[in-house]
Design a protein around this ligand. Structure first.
Ligand code: HSE
Length: 426
């Protein structure tokens, strides 16, 4: 039976989950995969954390050099996160001829070309299923399950923290601050939640996923990013009345005008399956030109779900020696001929506070019409303190046309304030 030695760098939540799967399912992997996988080494400053998991002190390495010079280690699993020291450790492992499996989306989104060059040089594997959407096998779906297709779009809820917050706001009428606090208490959101709530985490993942989906380098600079910190419970309630649910959506489209990649709060129709993805769950919807629509759903974070993706990569790496790398130009600059769309076409939800006086609505509609923004739905709430809330849903139009219309409308003085502007997907 083939013996496989694994080292785990970092015994945090994901490292602990990875260790548990590798040890609990050791016999199962022998019988189903023909592999005898053993954790030979761990790199963890907190030795007590290692011993609490049942790892003997002898297996706790004192340095990365000790890990990568261990001849029993074939595969190094990096689950430290962040850029340093993870990047240095991964490069040292690759340079020492070890295959690397990582869950590190930030490292991958920012330094993938450099890591891949080193892996290629050393003819070792570099696997990153766990970097995107945790336990949901989206990377292998894109690289091995969808090759027959030209992928037309990828849309997903790929950040569990923000999905939890938006679900609480929608279902319990909580404010953003209340929902964030609860997410922090439950360990979904970090003490500093910026990476999640400002959309950075989803941007890292979308740059990796859309590079694979569209076979060209999509860097994080190409991704339009907006987070959820400006979302109010009034936006959510108003959208709900019109049949829409608010999600932080990651959207990648391969259009005739180029590639469009964006992360932002989006209203999705309640009939769209993405609207039913609640709490900290994730989902990815793909459209391929041959297969049509497919959707993957599951847990995008957590010890065992992310550990599941890591261990699947370990098994895959142990069974394949013809490692594959990106087929597209995965240099830092990417393919200079790839076009990216910056002026998006979308439907929009607009919430305005207007003066309750005759002719206001027709003035607003007139400005939109002049700027080629066609309205699909207009809803007016009852008057309160001399003002009314007007919710408008547009047909597909250019974002620049919507912004220009709103500037004109504000300048006219009929509108007291523009309270919400959110893109919308059916
Ligand atoms: N912080 C991420 C999320 C999990 O909330 O989905 C790992 O990417």
């Amino acid at each position: 039976m083939k013996k496989v030695g694994v080292a785990i760098l970092g015994l945090g939540v994901v490292g602990g989950g990875t260790y548990k799967i590798l040890t609990d399912n050791k016999e199962y992997f022998k019988s189903t995969q023909g592999l005898d996988v053993t954790v030979e080494s761990v790199l963890e400053k907190n030795v007590d954390r290692a011993t609490a998991l049942g790892i003997s002190k002898e297996k706790v390495a004192g340095s990365i050099e000790e890990v990568v010079s261990n001849p029993n280690v074939d595969i190094v699993v990096e689950v430290i996160g962040g850029i340093e020291p993870a990047k240095t450790f991964v490069l040292k492992a690759l340079m020492s001829g070890k295959t690397v499996v990582t869950s590190n989306k930030e490292l991958f989104a920012k330094h993938w070309p450099e890591l891949e060059r080193e892996a290629k040089n050393m003819k070792v594997g570099l696997f990153y299923e766990a970097s995107c959407v945790g336990g949901v096998p989206i990377i292998r779906t894109l690289t091995e399950g969808m090759q027959a297709n030209k992928i037309l779009s990828i849309k997903g809820i790929i950040n569990g923290t923000t999905n939890y917050i938006l679900t609480k706001m929608a279902k319990e009428g909580q404010s953003y601050e209340e929902a964030l606090k609860e997410a922090q208490k439950l360990g979904y959101a970090e003490f500093n939640p910026t990476a999640d709530v400002e959309g950075f985490d989803a941007t890292y993942k979308l740059s990796i996923l859309s590079s694979l989906a569209f076979n060209t380098k999509v860097s994080i600079e190409n991704v339009h990013r907006e987070g959820i910190t400006g979302i109010t419970k009034e936006d959510i309630a108003c959208g709900k009345e019109l049949g829409y649910t608010l999600k932080l959506l990651a959207i990648g489209k391969n259009t005739k005008n180029g590639i469009e990649v964006r992360v932002h709060p989006t209203f999705v129709a309640d009939t769209n399956p993405l609207a039913s993805v609640n709490d900290s769950f994730n989902a990815v919807h793909l459209v391929g030109d041959a297969v049509g629509e497919i959707m993957l759903y599951g847990r995008g974070a957590g010890a065992l779900p992310t550990g599941s993706a890591i261990v699947s990569d370990v098994i895959f790496a142990a069974k394949h020696t013809d490692y594959y790398y990106s087929y597209f130009d995965n240099s830092e600059k990417g393919n200079k001929n790839t076009k990216f769309v910056s002026d998006f076409t979308s439907k929009y939800f607009i919430r305005l506070s207007v003066k309750d006086s005759a002719g206001v609505l027709s003035k607003i509609a007139g400005v939109f019409a002049k700027n080629n923004v066609s309205l699909s739905e207009v809803k007016q709430a009852a008057e309160k303190d001399g003002k009314v809330t007007v919710a408008i849903i547009t047909h597909e139009c250019l974002e620049s046309a919507v912004n220009k219309s709103l500037e004109k409308i504000k300048a006219q003085g009929a509108v007291i304030s523009v309270d919400g502007l959110i893109r919308l997907e059916d």
